[in-house]
Ligand binder design. Structure first.
Ligand SMILES: [Zn+2]
Length: 435
């Protein structure tokens, strides 16, 4: 296996040092690394680059099996590697649905065979995402895929009895129930955030309360049964308040925000361009501010992409007919740098926390999100924070083109991604995986 000597990189933005990678691990740090490198190591000039633990996404749609025209496990994990991710959680709303040990093992194997990122399948909470009967959570947990996160994402587990049972049952294997908080009756036919813009442009509104009511109910259920709740793609100021309250009360709840909810607002719906149509919808500038504040003070634990690739025909159409969702794996780090580092209170250690360490902990991905120290797995990423570029969906590795950041200039570029010592991205170029 190739050894890499990463010269003069800044781990978490701190003082520069050298890292020697080999045999899948960080072999040595500092002067030891230079001494131990020998002549055969590939030298990477890391001057100006920040080293972070490989990013971990808690919320990715890989679309395989079923919609390989929009993404495959291979194309999606190539996009992940290009974006600095070394592990992704693949949502269950595939066809067939990932609601059995057989399907989650299939997705896990596809990820292993592709070799670009560790794929951790998310198991469905209910059979077929139908919201009627609990899926075999235990069988998925004990399968080769070792599922720890369960979600009907795309749909809300609306039935409070099923939600309660899922929270209770997952306690047996320290699993977590990740909820797509969307009250279905309050959002029937909804197209965008309910507010001044929706009233003005005449698209059916999606009230903040439809999200907040479910989160409020679920934190109380989690308190009642002692289970672990994870709130997916939280998007409103009220949701931040509820999670803040629940955490202060000691309830076992974690929450994620997406890059798009940290940057974009419902004003973009005025374009009627369905690239801005997403579930939950883009909210107001006040909501964006509250979500940023919640991420800054730790109320929101992680940034997760909700990478949702769609075929051109499902996006290049009238707004009301278009699919919900945006791609995000290849822009997530740049958006977080822009919003939280360049224009916010974060240092790079905070970025590592919300995009790697904490998502790995929530998902139970024990060999990711690790310190950059000798003996640790060599799953890490080198970022150039000084780079700037204009987002071009046609140049991305994802098989779909529905990026809401297209044409926007963003800071930061991922230069190298290593998965257990193998470079999946080398000097900005995706490599052939060696599996
Ligand atoms: Zn969702």
């Amino acid at each position: 296996m190739t050894r890499y000597l990463l010269r003069s990189v800044a781990p978490l933005g701190a003082e520069r040092t050298d890292l020697l990678l080999g045999d899948g691990v960080i072999l040595a740090v500092g002067a030891d690394a230079r001494e131990a490198a020998g002549r055969d190591a590939v030298v990477v000039d890391g001057d100006g680059l920040v080293a972070l633990p490989g990013l971990v996404d808690l919320h990715t749609h890989l679309r395989e099996p079923g919609r390989e025209d929009t993404e495959t496990v291979r194309s999606g994990t190539r996009a992940a590697a290009a974006g600095g991710f070394t592990a992704v959680h693949a949502m269950a709303n595939t066809d067939p649905v990932a609601d059995t040990a057989g399907v989650v093992e299939q997705v896990w194997r596809l990820g292993r065979d592709a070799g670009y990122a560790d794929v951790r399948p998310v198991g469905a909470v209910t059979i077929g995402l139908a919201g009627e009967r609990l899926a075999e959570l235990g069988a998925m947990a004990t399968s080769a895929a070792r599922v720890r996160v369960f979600s009907d994402d795309g749909k809300c587990v609306w039935d409070p009895v099923l939600m309660r049972r899922a929270l209770e049952y997952t306690r047996a294997f320290d699993g977590v129930v990740a909820q797509h908080a969307q009250e279905p009756r309050l959002t029937q036919g909804s197209q965008m955030h309910e507010g001044a813009v929706s009233a003005e442009i005449g698209l059916a509104g999606w009230p903040a309360v439809a999200e907040e009511a479910i989160i409020a109910r679920d934190v109380l259920l989690a308190e009642h049964v002692g289970g672990r709740l994870h709130v997916q793609h939280l998007s409103t100021a009220g949701s931040v308040e509820i999670v803040r309250w629940a955490k202060a009360r000691g309830i076992r709840v974690t929450a994620e925000a997406t890059p798009h909810h940290l940057l974009l607002t419902d004003e973009l719906a005025r374009t009627y361009d369905p690239v801005f149509k997403v579930n939950p919808p883009l909210r107001t500038a006040e909501d964006v501010e509250a979500v940023r504040a919640g991420l800054a003070d730790g109320t929101i634990d992680v940034v997760a992409t909700d990478h949702a690739p769609h075929a051109a025909q499902d996006k290049d159409c009238e707004w009301s007919a278009a699919a919900f969702g945006m791609t995000g794996l290849e822009t997530a780090l740049s958006v977080v740098q822009h919003v939280m580092v360049d224009d916010g209170p974060f240092g790079w250690a905070d970025v590592a926390r919300v995009l790697s360490v904490t998502p790995a902990a929530i998902g139970g991905v024990t060999d990711h999100g690790r310190p950059l120290e000798a003996g640790e797995p060599a799953s890490l990423v080198l970022v150039d924070p000084a780079a700037r570029s204009v987002v071009d969906p046609a140049a991305q590795a994802t098989a779909s083109r529905n990026s809401p950041f297209a044409g926007r200039e963003l800071p930061g570029a991922v230069r190298w991604t290593f998965l257990r010592g193998h470079a999946t991205l080398a000097d900005g170029v995706l490599t052939e995986a060696d599996r």
